[in-house]
Write a protein that binds this ligand. Structure first.
Ligand code: PLP
Length: 345
């Protein structure tokens, strides 16, 4: 598959590491039936470029190249109050000498605090130009179009980056990741049996799926929903994977069965902590010194741990966890991840 015909900015030098997690594997096995669990590997996309990495960097390489090709000088995007995507988009704007504005959706009422820590602090440090806060359920595209109108009124040109950077163009970033993984499996002599990936706005899961189909990689992808159960999540991933395949002109029809995800671990609500997330964040920090985040990767890793304990990930399997980043929001949830606050299972 030839990605070279799509304009792309480069925010990362080389590949992100593909590593085995021996200590975590051992700790997980001790909590699985018969003391045996899968062999866990990690793809360190938390170490991608921009401040400080995470899955959005891959999508933004293509989206920002498109914005620049269209003559835009301002990136406009949207997200939740602790949005990694907004922070990464702002970071790309800074690097490109562009301005950046956000529309922040208060998915949990009153959750936006102007002086909050975590990503919100980074919004201010990196110099966001303007933030518009709207209530849950607002039409985010219309809200971003309004901001684009305000920017145009100043004689400038805005470019709307969709929520999570998840459209066909953004999904190309995870097609590139599929190709990178294929090369690393070959170079490192690693055979992976299953891959666990977060599934939210779906550019990561859908883009990887398109990349796997296009490159004939037959490793099952297991999505862990961060805000939806499979009945709602799978159609989004399917639509994204198909859109990416179409943009690439692959002539592939993505079958519905190719999309697999699990719910459970995101509850009680998107971004609201639960005990399984706390266990996962502490376990990876204390066995491998790798940071997860409370909103996404902590819950995604809790899904991997849960699937291993339930026997869906078997003791003889090599399972790869895609670390999609997000560590800055740890600082907005310090008491929770230290286990100092009561919360649901
Ligand atoms: C750290 C992190 N992991 C996973 C996801 C989910 O990825 P996607 O939105 O591509 O489904 C996000 C989305 O914001 C994220 O910030």
């Amino acid at each position: 598959m030839d990605l070279s015909r799509f304009p792309r900015r480069r925010y990362t030098q080389g590949f992100t590491p593909l590593e085995h997690l021996p200590n975590f594997t051992k700790a997980l096995a001790a909590t699985c039936p018969d003391g045996a669990g899968p062999n866990v590997w990690i793809k360190r996309d938390d170490m991608l470029g921009l401040t400080p990495g995470g899955n959005k960097t891959r999508k933004l390489e293509f989206l920002v190249a498109d914005a620049l090709a269209q003559g835009a000088d301002t990136l406009i995007t949207c997200g939740a109050p602790q949005s990694n995507h907004c922070r990464a988009t702002l970071s790309a704007a800074v690097k490109e000498g562009m301005k950046c504005r956000f529309v922040i959706e208060e998915r949990v009422p009153n959750s936006y605090k102007v002086d909050a820590s975590g990503n919100n602090f980074l919004f201010r440090l990196l110099g966001v130009e303007a933030i518009t806060v709207v209530p849950a359920g607002t039409n985010m595209l219309a809200a971003m179009q309004q901001v684009a109108g305000e920017v145009a009124g100043l004689g400038r040109k805005g470019y709307i980056v969709p929520g999570g950077g998840s459209n066909a163009m953004g999904g190309l970033g995870y097609v590139a990741c599929a190709q990178e993984l294929q090369q690393q499996f070959f170079d490192q002599g690693v055979q992976i049996d299953k891959i666990v990936v977060g599934s939210g706005s779906s550019g990561t899961h859908g883009g990887l799926l398109a990349g796997f189909l296009g490159n004939h990689i037959h490793i099952p992808l297991i999505g862990i929903g961060v805000s939806r159960d499979p009945a709602d999540q799978n159609p989004l991933v399917h639509k994204e994977a198909q859109a990416v395949c179409d943009l690439l002109g692959l002539g592939i029809t993505v079958s519905a069965d190719a999309v697999v995800s699990h719910g459970n671990w995101w509850r009680p609500k998107y971004s609201v902590p639960n005990a399984a997330m706390v266990e996962a964040v502490q376990m990876l920090a204390r066995t491998e010194a790798i940071l997860l985040d409370p909103v996404y990767t902590g819950k995604i890793m809790a899904g991997l741990i849960g699937l291993a304990r339930q026997g869906h990930l078997k003791p003889d399997e090599n399972v790869l966890f895609i670390h999609t980043g997000g560590a800055p929001s740890l600082h907005a949830y310090e008491a929770e991840v230290l286990g100092l606050v009561d919360m649901p299972a």
